[in-house]
Design a protein around this ligand. Structure first.
Ligand SMILES: [Zn+2]
Length: 354
């Protein structure tokens, strides 16, 4: 609770009052600064940290029976797309950043954009490290102001995965940051490429041991999804029986990676303007909704956003051959991304939950 206030809270009667009122605290935390409440100490405005943790969003989601979209962002346009979607849908949202995005955009640039979004809007947002590849990367992100980090030790042995996840938990929890770890191995291309034959589904019994020994807040499970736009060669089916078992045994909220649906309409639009996406196939929307009923509280979406963005860039460049203003090219692409994100929020049931 104290994370949300600067030292000023000690002098501010509204904030001191808030410490005894959890409901009002939530309202304040999500966007109304105390000087709007006729605070007697206007000159000592409370500084309220607007970004929240994944744990907080996901525990609420699980209680409410909905899922929170975790959307990958790379730049100004993608952050604005997700934040505008969250505001218009009155939905919580997780903005997630991979190590390769940190390399691409720079830690200071990308985190500043997300933090600024958190300060500007009145819906709860989290800034999450997606696929933190080692301890050093995870703690660097904790120190840079991420409210949640993933330590992905899924490529390590079970014991090594426990050890590195536990180390990250010890560091992150001391700073009020929540931790996601992964058990099992998803196929596909993300920070690391994993061949389909090397994918391993999560075992429910070892999941219990993993959660107990690491102290993580949320667990990413492998139940048949994969990273990228080519998820299934034949029938697209998730192992929901396995998910049900994991959910019965594990008490923390669960995470589903690689959950894009690769909608036909986006692929058709991209193809119409020159993309080659033969065989692209994602997770059916009704399977995602069933997974949410079985304990999935965070659904990772990257591919669908990329497809929507790129299809629109292609469309603009094809239709407006005289256009060379980047804003006129990237603006419509950002809007297309926003519409996809809004659709996900409605699908996952998080609309209206902020
Ligand atoms: Zn992932």
């Amino acid at each position: 609770m104290f994370n949300y206030f600067s030292v000023h809270w000690m002098f501010c009667v509204v904030c001191v009052g808030l410490l005894f009122d959890e409901n009002l605290l939530d309202t304040i935390k999500y966007g109304i600064k105390c000087n709007y409440l006729n605070c007697l100490w206007l000159s000592l405005e409370c500084e309220i940290e607007m970004l929240v943790t994944n744990k907080e969003l996901m525990v609420n989601a699980r209680k409410g029976g909905y899922g929170v979209g975790a959307f990958n962002v790379q730049n100004l346009e993608s952050v604005k797309a997700i934040v505008e979607a969250a505001v218009e849908e009155k939905s919580p949202a997780i903005l997630q950043i991979t190590p390769s995005v940190i390399k691409y955009a720079g830690m200071g640039y990308i985190t500043s954009i997300v933090k600024n979004a958190g300060d500007e809007v009145a819906v709860p947002l989290a800034m999450h490290l997606d696929h933190g590849e080692d301890y050093e990367t995870a703690i660097k992100c904790v120190d840079a102001g991420f409210t949640s980090v993933m330590i992905d030790g899924s490529f390590l042995s079970f014991e090594e995965n426990i050890a590195v996840s536990k180390r990250v938990v010890d560091y992150a929890h001391a700073k009020g940051v929540s931790v996601e770890a992964e058990l099992g191995k998803l196929a596909g291309v993300e920070e690391r490429s994993v061949e389909e034959k090397d994918a391993i589904l999560t075992d429910p019994n070892t999941a219990v041991e993993f959660v107990e020994k690491t102290g993580i807040d949320t667990l990413a499970v492998a139940i048949g999804t994969s990273h990228g736009a080519y998820k299934f060669k034949s029938a697209a089916k998730l192992d929901l029986d396995r998910l049900k078992l994991i959910n019965e045994k594990v008490s923390i909220p669960l995470v589903l990676h690689g959950s894009s649906s690769v909608p036909a309409w986006i692929c058709e639009k991209a193809t119409k303007y020159g993309a080659t996406l033969d065989g692209a196939k994602g997770v059916a929307e009704d399977q995602l909704q069933q997974a949410i009923k079985l304990g999935i509280a965070k659904i990772n979406i990257d591919t669908d956003l990329r497809l929507a963005f790129t299809a629109t860039v292609r469309e603009v460049l094809t239709n407006s051959t005289k256009e060379f203003d980047p804003r006129k090219i990237l603006g419509p692409a950002k809007d297309a991304m926003k519409e996809v994100a809004k659709g996900k929020m409605r699908l996952f049931g998080s609309s209206g939950k902020a």
